[in-house]
Design a protein around this ligand. Structure first.
Ligand code: CA
Ligand code: CA
Length: 299
């Protein structure tokens, strides 16, 4: 196993970031990550406004995966996610989808104990560690880690958890994988711009599939494939997600166009991952059991 420490920090994903680590396909890597505030907010007295904005949304990386070329697909198996023993949330006026209701800035420190995030004395939520930011170097100009795209990035998709596999498009040699922004808990939408933000460690195995990219991330979980897409508003994000899902299914199933569309309408669920990053990320949930007799797979 190779390790990459949290001081190997980047703030934008791009082809010019020098690799912090080189690995062969099949290798296991432990990424240590800071929280999305670069661990600057550790108590209720420290407000979002006091943090250095230049260090918001760090990601650890990038990792160069040998033999990976543009138009290949990077395969990331998420073997484990462990988090620190406390997380942090902020509510900030004018930020996120509820910013008009938030009059005063506030920081809440949330203890993570025995598998629960303790919000207050009466509300504890089961911890479901997830990765908010994960991606490769995008096509064209670099993209800040706070923004999602075809390369992945700030997708804030709560199903990116231990035991899942993410397929990411490769646009530059080595792929240049980076990971950050882990959450102990997050709801779909991430409506006030944060989940329960926590530093931690992600243990992943990387591999490469030659070619086969859908040019958008695809998550493979025990029960579903999720085709994920991000765009500037909800309508265009939903439409791109549907187009990419159609492409995914029609290339893999011996069914007519109409049948694929019918099945997308009755078996698949169009869902929202996040609405604040600042693009909107949607995903289409494709239940594997529906297509069990067709052996639907990414590769
Ligand atoms: Ca995020
Ligand atoms: Ca976050």
């Amino acid at each position: 196993m190779k390790k990459i420490t949290a001081d190997n920090t980047i703030f934008a994903m791009g082809k010019d970031n020098p690799p912090a680590l080189e690995v062969d396909p099949g290798e296991i890597i432990e990424f240590s990550t800071k929280d999305c505030f670069s661990n600057q907010i550790q108590s209720c007295e420290e407000l979002f406004e006091s943090a250095d904005w230049a260090t918001i949304n760090p990601a650890t990386g990038p990792v160069f995966v040998k033999g990976t070329e543009p138009s290949d697909t990077l395969v990331v198996d998420i073997l484990d996610i462990t988090l620190a023993d406390q997380g942090v949330m902020v509510a900030v006026p004018e930020m996120g989808a509820l910013g008009d209701k938030i009059e005063e800035s506030e920081t809440k420190i949330i203890p993570l104990e025995n598998g629960y995030a303790r919000f207050n004395e009466k509300i504890s939520l089961p911890v479901k560690p997830m990765i908010g930011v994960i991606g490769t170097a995008p096509f064209g100009e670099e993209i800040p880690n706070g923004t999602p795209g075809d390369h992945g990035g700030n997708m804030d998709t709560k199903h990116i958890v231990k035991g899942t596999r993410l397929y990411l498009p490769v646009f530059h040699p080595g792929g240049l994988l980076a990971i950050g922004d882990m959450h102990a808990v997050m709801g779909d939408g991430e409506v006030i711009i944060c989940g329960v933000e926590a530093p931690g460690k992600a243990l992943v195995k990387v591999d490469v599939i030659k070619g086969k990219t859908l040019n958008t991330p695809v998550l493979d979980t025990p029960d579903h494939f999720y085709v994920i897409a991000s765009e500037k508003d909800l309508n265009s994000s939903a439409s791109k997600t549907l187009d990419k899902t159609y492409e995914f299914l029609s290339e893999r199933l011996p069914l007519s166009t109409n049948e694929v569309c019918m099945l997308m309408s009755i078996a698949c669920d169009l869902q929202i991952s996040q609405v604040v990053d600042p693009l909107i990320t949607c995903r289409m949930a494709i239940p594997k059991n529906t297509f069990a007799l067709y052996s639907l797979s990414f590769a």
